[in-house]
Design a protein around this ligand. Structure first.
Ligand code: 4NP
Length: 180
């Protein structure tokens, strides 16, 4: 597929790229995006050059596996959610990852405020930011949020998977261009 969305920031290390996915709890949205993006990276033959990780801005679920509804949605679509354990976002991620993709506007506020309170990479608050909404790369409806499915029903998890699959494909197309 063709690459959609904004250009990726330059990698910090030539020939390698690290993408972080961030939500609130790291048990629903960002782990689903992590599993799907990792699968697309592997299919594209980029696994030796691209690192994918996820975290949550909150610490409630640290060490826990994925929400069972998120895991079931992934299994139904042929993915393996079993390796995920929740971890908390830290400002150091802003220095380690080339791109930090957040699921919603409140994640964006939380991630950027982590940076300004702890002295993280200043590029995250400038115009050429390494922190963006995940759906800035959505080829169908760019720029929206990935809605939090935690308090809703199963349909919310299906909706997240649909958004994540098409957006992950776009991101991998862009990664192919940056790493070629
Ligand atoms: P996530 O969903 O941010 O997509 O992982 C949530 C998971 C847990 C909570 C909120 C959102 N919580 O309040 O515990």
């Amino acid at each position: 597929m063709t690459a959609a969305g904004p250009e990726l920031p330059e990698p910090r290390t030539d020939g390698r790229y690290a993408v972080a996915l961030v939500c609130l709890g790291n048990i629903c949205r960002s782990p689903m995006a992590d599993v799907v993006l990792t699968a697309r990276v592997e299919e594209a033959g980029l696994a030796d050059r691209v690192t994918v990780a996820s975290s949550g801005t909150g610490d409630w679920h640290v060490g826990n596996p994925m929400d069972r509804r998120a895991a079931a949605t992934l299994v139904s679509a042929g993915y393996d959610p079993s390796r995920h354990r929740a971890q908390q976002f830290a400002a150091t991620w802003l220095d380690e990852f080339d791109l930090v993709l957040v699921m919603d506007e409140s994640n964006l506020v939380d991630v950027v405020s982590t940076s300004s309170t702890t002295g993280g990479d200043s590029s995250t608050t400038g115009g050429d930011t390494r922190v963006r909404l995940f759906r800035d790369f959505d080829p169908v409806e760019p720029g929206g949020e990935v809605p939090d499915p935690y308090y809703g029903g199963d349909a919310g998890f299906e909706e997240v998977l649909t958004m994540v699959e098409r957006t992950a494909a776009s991101i991998v197309a862009q990664l192919g261009l940056v790493l070629e």
